[in-house]
Design a protein around this ligand. Sequence first.
Ligand code: NAP
Length: 296
Amino acid sequence: MRAKLIDGKAIAESLREEVKQKVAERVEKGLPAPGLATVIVGDNPASKVYVRMKHKACQEADIISIGHELPADASQEEVESLVQKLNADPSIHGILVQLPLPAGLDEERVLNTISLQKDVDGFHPINIGRLAQKGREPLFIPATPAGVMYLLENSGVELSGANAVVLGRSNIVGMPVSLLLVKANATVTICHSRTKDIPGLIREADVLVAAVGIPEYVRGDWVKPGAIVIDVGVNRVEDETRKSGYRLVGDVAFDEVAEVAGAITPVPGGVGPMTIAMLLRNTLRAARLADGNGNG
Ligand code: NAP
């Protein structure tokens, strides 16, 4: 393997330790511990697993976290009124509504109901809008895109003037990552399901962020030698040698690409752990905003 491994797990652990220390400093000063409320609507098993992981991480950082669950047939009004109740609760600094919501609920309206100062997932339309505008800054950056940027900044790559290719244009990963890369002065090409000659575009990229959700989609001979590769994909593939019957792979064919790239994130152990660390950071920031510390 030629590429340097970007160890997201280790980087995330040190970030989580940093958050924990800052929480302890707050509490010592008599300030309240940060409080996160999560909202799950329905029975999506993946959502339940993600939210459980978030609560565990909060607990380890001494952040208070309170879970709310609503049934799959909850009405728009019920979901919004829970969010409003949490907006008004001074012990709750951050609100996370786990997506996707069940069909029939208007996701944008729910996200719009979250107080801007408590939008620790960064999906409020105003926060996303600010991300898209020059000279404006969102109060919170969505956790996975923030994790991608943190890993890039720590990989030593000069983003200013770099050619960056982002594979995927979803609201939660591809688009915000692309906007953040533009803010960092990279020249960004966004690829999606209608893009022509994706391998040709990737061959020009100094930085590649893959978020398509297709196992091992990016091949070794697509990647420019020395490029920095961030693999956001988390895909299950069958593996009879595992007790579970499956293993997780990214959107990048790791073994091939690692022979060509300058640096690469593994799956698991790359972007995934960063997502949780960034949520904890955002929750701490929300508590600081509530103290009146605008710098969060
Ligand atoms: P998504 O909403 O399904 O979006 C996938 C994107 O990929 C879309 O923009 C789609 O294009 C594009 N695409 C699909 N097939 C393509 C193809 N053949 N060629 C080029 N582009 C193609 O997925 P997502 O939510 O962004 O997630 C992407 C991956 O990241 C998934 O594996 C997910 O599990 C993972 N993920 C990881 C984390 C983490 O914390 N590590 C967090 C979130 C997501 P169109 O827009 O044209 O449909």
